[in-house]
Design a protein around this ligand. Structure first.
Ligand code: ADE
Length: 246
């Protein structure tokens, strides 16, 4: 997959996108990451990419010309078509399902805003908007890296088989069950016996029950869409009541 990022801070991507699984995916050619700086598409001495908002108000707004020129440069830098996504706190909320959808694309262009926002006319050049959550960051660079990370780990060959099937449990609509490793006893806290039993069916049942309990307590909203048996619904209700009592 080829991802083009439009950003006035390309150096922000160097560290986080060069290590661990993403770094290895790039080295192995599974992900090609390219950055395009709107400043390279300015004509003035100061390489200006922002200006005062029409109508007044605080902050600066990103000018349309350098951003759109950078989007067009990214578009024509590779074969085929590439959907354009603008990272903005007023975008559509990003989730695991969208990460799966985007991981099926050959190309993607991510546009990072800065300052107080982006000139509204730039949105005419985008296919979608993405928000990574209901909070405001100083720019779209960290959100773009979040999207790249979530999408890249779903690309074929990036994770081993074992890890990719673990991901399916979240796609089930439940949070991940609790994990333990050695030692079996730590500071008076022990690993649940069932996990040491070697009994695969019992371990699977324990993990599913724990995933349901945790989801009911931390993210009850997710359970609306989850596929639960009547017994599991009762387990979830019990777990919720426990938290209500806390
Ligand atoms: N830019 C600033 N905050 C953002 C957010 N929460 N999501 C996407 N882009 C952003």
């Amino acid at each position: 997959m080829v991802v083009d990022v439009i950003t006035i801070f390309p150096e922000m991507f160097e560290g986080p996108m060069s290590v661990s699984i993403i770094g290895s995916a790039r080295e192995r050619g599974l992900l090609e990451l390219r950055t395009h700086d709107p400043r390279d598409h300015t004509c003035d001495r100061h390489r200006t990419t922002d200006d005062y908002p029409y109508g007044g108000g605080p902050g600066m707004v990103m000018k349309p010309e350098p951003l759109v020129a950078a989007i067009n440069a990214a578009r024509t830098a590779g074969p085929g078509s590439a959907p354009v996504a603008i990272l903005t706190p007023s975008g559509r909320p990003f989730d695991q399902q969208q990460a799966h959808e985007l991981s099926g694309l050959d190309r993607l262009i991510l546009v990072c805003g800065r300052y107080e926002g982006i000139d509204e006319r730039v949105f005419a050049y985008a296919d979608m908007t993405i928000s990574i959550g209901d909070y405001v960051l100083t720019g779209g660079e960290l959100p773009a890296m979040v999207v790249i990370d979530a999408v890249t780990r779903l690309l074929p060959g990036v994770l081993g088989d074992e890890a990719s099937s673990a991901d399916e449990s979240f796609t089930d609509g439940l949070l991940e069950y609790p994990q333990y490793t050695r030692p079996a006893e730590y500071e008076g806290m022990s690993v649940p016996d069932v996990l040491l039993s070697g009994h695969h069916a019992a371990i699977a049942a324990y993990r599913r029950a724990e995933a349901i309990r945790k989801t009911a307590q931390v993210r009850p909203d997710l359970l609306v869409a989850a596929n639960l048996t009547d017994h599991e619904r009762r387990l979830a209700d019990e777990a919720r009541k426990e938290t209500d009592r806390d």
